[in-house]
Design a binder for this molecule. Structure first.
Ligand code: ADP
Ligand code: ADP
Length: 224
């Protein structure tokens, strides 16, 4: 079944002479449980599409339905609640709090949502970090972790609230080949075990080849 569908999506930044028309009638449907790569040259609009699907940016026009909800009609408060409950994000630059431990970073989204750090959240955080191969780094400040380890903490953090969808913008862009493969392997395990849908932007055909589906963006539409 469809997790989300966008139709006839347009996004233009700016106006007049300096307007940049990034998306130009893009259609995309993601099925629940897919692990899909998002490919396309730099500047083709991959990040823009991810921020729209993540409800962080509104498209200029078009329709967007996710889990049966009209995401265009929804107000800001509804979108924030929806995002916290259903969507996880991983970025190229992990955006971790360096002085916080791995576990504190992972539990942070849940603590924000609940207003406190619950024992159940800490237990899930430990479980996720263990599944990311970081059992022996749970209480390390993230400043003291390697690049690959930091990115695995970021994946665990994205999974904390059990989102249906994880949007990852170049999650391996800053990693060496071995760390990148390890991150992709762990994402694949979560996809298989929990049915979490992943959409992963990348420049790297090898990384994209590890996904079940490759979605190519060019000239503001899906070209393949
Ligand atoms: P990609 O992720 O494929 O590299 P982006 O979505 O980042 O593509 O960028 C697509 C185009 O939109 C680029 O020309 C970029 O300069 C422009 N763009 C992205 N974000 C903004 C913004 N906030 N304001 C103005 N232009 C933007
Ligand atoms: P990766 O290939 O995952 O980036 P590194 O070679 O950078 O791995 O790191 C190897 C080991 O060194 C890891 O166990 C990591 O915890 C440790 N390490 C890396 N960077 C730092 C740092 N700035 N401070 C302390 N330990 C570090």
């Amino acid at each position: 079944s469809a997790l989300l569908e966008v139709r006839d999506l347009f996004k233009t930044y700016g106006t007049g002479d300096t307007a940049t028309r990034v998306l130009r009638g893009l259609n995309l449907r993601l099925e629940a449980g897919e692990m899909a790569a998002l490919l396309g040259p730099s500047g083709s609009g991959k990040s823009t599409l991810l921020t729209i699907l993540g409800t962080l940016t509104k498209p200029t026009s078009g329709s967007f339905v996710m889990l049966g909800n009209d995401m265009i009609a929804a107000g800001d408060k509804e979108l924030t609640d929806f995002r916290n409950a259903h969507i996880g994000f991983v970025f190229q630059f992990h955006n971790l709090l360096p002085d916080f431990t791995a576990l504190e970073n992972v539990v942070f989204p849940s603590a924000v949502r609940e207003g406190r750090e619950t024992p159940a959240a800490r237990a899930r955080g430990r479980d996720l970090l263990t599944r990311m191969g970081l059992a022996d780094r749970i209480n390390f400040p993230t400043a003291n972790l390697s690049g690959g380890q930091k990115q695995r903490v970021a994946v665990a953090r994205a999974l904390m609230n059990s989102p249906e969808l994880v949007l990852a913008d170049e999650p391996t862009g800053n990693l060496d080949r071995a760390s990148a493969m390890q991150v992709m392997d762990l994402i694949g395990q979560i996809n298989r075990d929990e049915g979490t849908t992943f959409l992963i932007s990348t420049h790297d055909d090898k990384i994209a080849g590890l996904c079940q589906r490759q979605i190519v963006v060019g000239d503001g539409v899906v070209t393949g």
